[in-house]
Design a protein around this ligand. Structure first.
Ligand SMILES: NC(=O)c1ccc[n+]([C@@H]2O[C@H](COP(=O)([O-])OP(=O)(O)OC[C@H]3O[C@@H](n4cnc5c(N)ncnc54)[C@H](O)[C@@H]3O)[C@@H](O)[C@H]2O)c1
Length: 250
């Protein structure tokens, strides 16, 4: 079957010039590092987060758990640029609560943002990408979504498992429309989120036995995301890329 989207890049150099990217959670940690890295590679990056609108810096106020707001912001970006080539779903929250103590409200908040919110934004952007017959989605899961007991609360682990399935679901349905969908699976990464867990998850945070003798920096994850958002990964979809420095090898 003939396709009218780009099959392979002409060069090994990552060039995102002319591309429009949406990055959720762009005000902090991995999302902020990704926005900066993509801009360095030529993309126009619309950052979504719980911030005031700042269109001069391409930052948009958007709670991803609010479907009406998500649709409004994606429509605004689509109207302004006429397309969205890349979606990176970084926005997320975690809890530091033991299994026996987790309440329904705490479970709901995490699932609403990490699982449902990631679905809302992916669904809204999918429509734009389908119309344009091209798009790269990268979903940020977590080692907690794979390995039970990876020092996270149960709501967070379950929400990150959902993100993995969502990413592969989109890979399956999107392939015929030129839409790629992949996930990265970070281990402990030095961002504000990790340090929110410092009392709950001391053994992981203070561990000195990481194979590379360090935790990830947000930029380590941003480079993995860049690869999956670029045309250098044009035969990769439905993949899970471990970005944990060898902490878990599978
Ligand atoms: N830091 C780690 O150790 C680690 C490990 C594995 C996976 N992750 C995942 O990486 C992603 C990025 O996290 P980070 O470590 O950079 O954390 P972070 O707390 O630095 O950044 C998360 C960002 O998401 C935003 N956000 C939260 N709720 C939102 C909502 N409802 N709508 C829009 N934005 C919202 C926050 O305001 C923040 O800017 C998350 O999905 C997280 O689960 C982090």
């Amino acid at each position: 079957m003939e396709k009218d989207f780009i099959i392979a890049p002409e060069s090994a150099d990552v060039d995102l010039s002319g591309q429009i990217a949406v990055v959720t959670g762009a005000n902090s940690g991995m999302g902020a590092a990704t926005k900066k890295l993509f801009e360095k590679h030529g993309a126009i990056v619309c950052g979504l987060d719980l911030v005031e609108d700042d269109e001069a810096n391409n930052m948009y106020n958007c709670n991803i758990a609010d479907q009406t707001k998500v649709k409004e912001v994606i429509e605004k970006i689509d109207k302004k640029f006429g397309k969205i080539d890349i979606l990176v779903c970084c926005a997320g929250v975690t809890n530091a609560i033991n299994f026996e103590e987790l309440t329904e409200a705490q479970w709901d908040r995490t699932m609403n943002i990490n699982a449902k919110g990631t679905f809302f934004i992916s669904q809204a952007v999918y429509e734009v990408m389908k119309r344009n017959k091209y798009g790269k989605m990268v979903h940020v899961s977590s080692i907690a979504g794979l390995a039970s007991g990876a020092g996270s609360s149960v709501d967070y682990a379950c929400s990150k498992g959902a993100v993995l399935v969502l990413s592969r679901y989109i890979a399956r349905i999107g392939a015929e429309h030129g839409i790629y969908s992949n996930a990265i699976i970070p281990g402990p990464t030095e961002t504000p989120m990790l340090y929110k867990l410092k009392d709950f998850n001391k053994p992981v945070i203070e561990d000195t036995s990481f194979p590379m003798n360090r935790k990830a920096k947000p930029e380590d994850c941003a480079y993995a995301i860049l690869f999956l958002a670029s045309q250098q990964s044009n035969f990769i979809t439905g993949a899970y890329l471990d970005t944990n420095g060898g902490l878990v090898m599978r």
